[in-house]
Structures are given as structure tokens and as C-alpha cells.
Design a protein around this ligand. Structure first.
Ligand SMILES: Cc1cc2nc3c(=O)[nH]c(=O)nc-3n(C[C@H](O)[C@H](O)[C@H](O)COP(=O)(O)OP(=O)(O)OC[C@H]3O[C@@H](n4cnc5c(N)ncnc54)[C@H](O)[C@@H]3O)c2cc1C
Length: 408
């Protein structure tokens, strides 16, 4: 790196790369670093559901509104980074009819298309839907391929002058007179930088990165498991229509179906138990909606950790349903040139990035609006180019390991 960047973004997951793209499009000089390959954190280890917002509709109208808006935006700009599969909410015999009705009404209120269909009609697209299916609602859920999405954002950021450096961990920061003055990066760069502003987008690791600047970002990560099984041609995403619980979602992937997930607090996002009961419960609960997956051969299993903000988790008392994002402007903590952005969802990464870039531009005195919702991502309709970029940025996560590269 021959010069110090205006903005250093720490973390090459969806939040960080989305922020780098947004800032670059506004003409800001940005360097993004990740300790591993791009997408090596939670973004590449998620379930890969492009939420319609229906899952959150009755409990968190604002979160649901953000999801449907971003769902529509990504279907417009992200080409082969998403698949428009549609989704079904499935209510089984023991599930609460009133809950189904509340969700349907909430979707209508928010503007999420949610059309009740009778189970036999639903079986035209999902013939193996459980016999005990009582009510079904069709929603515009989809599938997101995070490795491609992140690579496409990285290409666009680079095309607008950003520098993207995987395998470059932030190792320490110096704070002097209320500012981060130096950041030591190791790995493939091994340099000390003096950025004007630092964006901490390190997800579940944001507390560790903030601590390097003497800041307190209290994270409460929770782990979850995904189990991919052989299942050819599942059309839509399947969601269990009940209060969020383990094993509620089946995501279609060509010849596989991805079952999940669980939510168990962990102390260390790099070192946590991977409990067998979570795998078994995820399979069992998903099989309640789609019985053949109970005996289907397992292709892959992977785990991820949600980057949840502890004060919000404490307020909601455990699993809860809302996964809002938090932008922590550290000027309020006495460090004027740093922000941490945590929480949220893969689906809403662009929104988180836009909000963060607004703050950074305000602080740097840059007068430029966000344009990321209106521009198609670079190479969005060229899966081969996207998959080559995934390899270039060492950005392959397990979520879409069966999809990326298939276009070759
Ligand atoms: C089990 C599970 C299922 C999920 N399913 C869905 C879903 O279906 N749909 C959905 O919308 N959302 C889902 N999510 C949520 C979503 O995946 C996350 O909210 C989102 O991906 C977080 O992105 P991020 O960029 O903030 O964090 P990350 O992707 O974790 O990025 C943070 C990055 O920071 C890097 N980093 C850490 N420390 C340093 C350092 N010192 N120096 C440099 N870099 C560093 C890490 O390597 C990492 O790449 C799921 C989450 C989990 C855990």
C-alpha cells in the first residue's frame, strides 16, 4: 500500500464489502482488509435465505420492511448472486392457526405479498410436503449465494478505486487524543497505516477489533448448524409457520436441500462446541415439513455464528426474532474517527452499508449520495466471471460450495 487510505474497513463479510463498495462509489478512497479470505466469517456460513420479511412480520415490522425492500433490491441488482425461488410458510397440525393469521395480516400491512394456498396446490410445486400440512402461504423468499454476492461487491468496489486485501488481519490500533492514529495490519500486507476513519465490520469478532482501540462493543454471538442433504429439485424455500424455533427452514439448492438451524450462545466465535443434538434436531424438525429429508444422504454440514449485539439480546431475552443492526458511532465513546456496525442479516447488508457510508461521509465532509440500490453489481449476470472472482478473493464459503463453480 503506497498511501494511507481515507477509510479502513475491517472485515470482508457482506457488511464490510457492502460498505467498501458504497464508499468507493461515492468517490472515497477505501482499503478493506480481512484476516482470512473474503466471506470467511459468518456471511459465507449462513443458511443463505434471501428473506422476504415474512419470518419477522408479526414481531418486527420494521425489520420485515427492511427485508422486503432489500429482497426486491437484490433481485434487481444481484443477478446470479440470488435465485428467485419463492417460499412457502407451512403450518402443520400442531401449529397455531391464529399465528398463521397474524403473520398473514402483518405481511399484508407491511406490503409483503403473502398468498394463502391450499396444501394440494402447494404440492404441485412440492410433492413431498408432509401429509399433516394444514395451511400454506406463498411469499417472495429467495436464495442468496454469499460467495458470489461478496465477490461481486468486491469487483465493483475495486472498479471504483478501492483496494481489497484478504489475509490481512488487523493486529493492533493506537488511539491518541481521541482518534485512532495508527492501525497495524499483518499477514500479506504487514504495514502500519494511518487512516482518516475506521469502520469496524468484523461481525462476531467486532468486540475483539473494538477492544484494540480501547472500545467496548459487547457481542453475544450464537451458533447455528446447517445440514445439506441430497434432495433434487425442491422448488421454493420452506419455512415452518410458528414462533421461531430450531429447524424451521429448508433452503433449495439444485440437487441439495439445506436444513437448519439452531441458536445457542457461544463465548468465543472461533472456538465453540458443535453439538450433535443440534444437527439431529435440525434434520428432524425440517423433516416434519418435508419427510424424505429425514433419510436423505448428508452432503455437507457447517456452522456459523451470528454477530449479535449483547445489549439488544439481553433486552429481547434470548432467541427472540428481531435481528436489527446497530451502528455504534464511537465519537460518543471518545474515539471520534471510528464506527462499529454489528447485527443485521445477510439480506439487509446493503442497507447496513448505506447507513454506515452515510455516517462516514458526513464525518469526512464528503457530499455524495448512496447509489448502490440503483446500480447492478459488476458481473451480476456472468456466473463464470463471478465464480472466478470468488477464487481470486479466496472467497468460497460452505453455504454455496455446491453452486459456485458449477457454471464452468
Ligand atoms: C447459522 C446462521 C444462519 C444464518 N442465516 C441467514 C439467512 O438465511 N439469511 C440472512 O439474511 N442472514 C442469515 N444469517 C445472518 C448473516 O449471515 C449475518 O448477519 C451476516 O452474514 C453478517 O455479516 P458481517 O459482514 O457483519 O459479518 P462476517 O461475515 O462474519 O464478516 C466479518 C469479517 O471480519 C473478519 N475479521 C474478524 N476479525 C478480523 C481482524 N482482526 N482483522 C480483519 N478482519 C477480521 C472475519 O474474518 C469476517 O470475514 C445467518 C447467520 C447464522 C449464524
Amino acid at each position: 500500500m503506497s498511501h494511507d487510505p481515507d477509510v479502513l474497513v475491517v472485515g470482508g463479510g457482506a457488511t464490510g464489502i457492502g460498505t467498501a463498495r458504497d464508499l468507493a462509489l461515492r468517490g472515497v478512497d477505501v482499503l478493506l482488509v480481512d484476516r482470512g479470505g473474503l466471506c470467511s466469517g459468518t456471511s459465507g456460513r449462513s443458511h443463505g435465505l434471501l428473506h422476504s420479511g415474512a419470518r419477522y412480520a408479526e414481531a418486527d415490522a420494521e425489520g420485515a420492511r427492511e427485508c422486503i425492500e432489500e429482497n426486491r433490491t437484490l433481485r434487481r441488482i444481484a443477478g446470479a448472486c440470488v435465485a428467485e425461488t419463492g417460499g412457502l410458510f407451512v403450518s402443520l397440525a400442531d401449529d397455531d392457526d391464529e399465528y398463521f393469521e397474524r403473520k398473514r395480516a402483518a405481511c399484508e400491512e407491511i406490503g409483503i405479498p403473502a398468498e394463502p394456498v391450499d396444501p394440494d396446490t402447494a404440492r404441485e410445486s412440492v410433492p413431498n410436503l408432509a401429509d399433516g400440512t394444514e395451511r400454506v402461504m406463498r411469499v417472495p423468499d429467495g436464495v442468496v449465494y454469499p460467495s458470489r454476492l461478496i465477490a461481486a461487491n468486491a469487483l465493483d468496489a475495486e472498479a471504483h478505486g478501492a483496494t481489497i486485501r484478504p489475509h490481512t488481519p488487523v493486529e493492533s490500533m493506537t488511539v491518541d487524543d481521541g482518534r485512532v492514529t495508527e492501525v497495524r495490519v499483518g499477514g500479506e500486507m504487514a504495514e502500519t497505516l494511518a487512516p482518516e476513519y475506521v469502520v469496524n465490520a468484523a461481525g462476531a469478532w467486532a468486540g475483539q477489533v473494538a477492544a484494540m482501540a480501547g472500545l467496548d462493543v459487547d457481542m453475544q454471538p450464537t451458533r447455528g448448524v446447517m445440514v445439506s442433504v441430497e434432495y433434487d429439485g425442491l422448488g421454493p424455500v420452506l419455512n415452518r409457520c410458528r414462533d421461531p424455533d430450531d429447524g424451521d427452514i429448508v433452503v433449495p439448492h439444485g440437487s441439495e436441500a439445506v436444513l437448519g438451524t439452531t441458536s445457542v450462545p457461544v463465548n468465543d466465535p472461533d472456538d465453540y462446541e458443535q453439538a450433535r443434538w443440534e444437527v439431529e434436531r435440525s434434520v428432524e424438525e425440517c423433516a416434519a415439513m418435508l419427510p424424505p429429508v429425514a433419510d436423505a444422504p448428508v452432503v455437507r454440514e457447517w456452522w456459523g455464528v451470528r454477530p449479535l449485539y449483547a445489549p439488544d439480546e439481553a433486552e429481547r431475552g434470548g432467541r427472540g426474532i428481531s435481528r436489527g443492526f446497530f451502528q455504534l458511532d464511537h465519537a460518543a465513546d471518545g474515539v471520534e474517527n471510528a464506527v462499529s456496525v454489528v447485527g443485521g442479516k445477510l439480506t439487509t447488508y446493503r442497507l447496513m452499508a448505506a447507513s454506515t457510508a452515510d455516517l462516514v461521509c458526513d464525518r469526512l465532509g464528503v457530499d455524495a449520495d448512496c447509489s448502490t440500490a440503483d446500480r447492478e453489481l459488476v458481473a451480476a449476470d456472468d456466473p463464470e466471471r463471478l465464480d472466478a472472482a470468488v477464487a481470486e478473493f479466496d472467497g468460497q464459503g460452505p453455504t454455496d460450495a455446491d453452486v459456485v463453480g458449477e457454471s464452468d
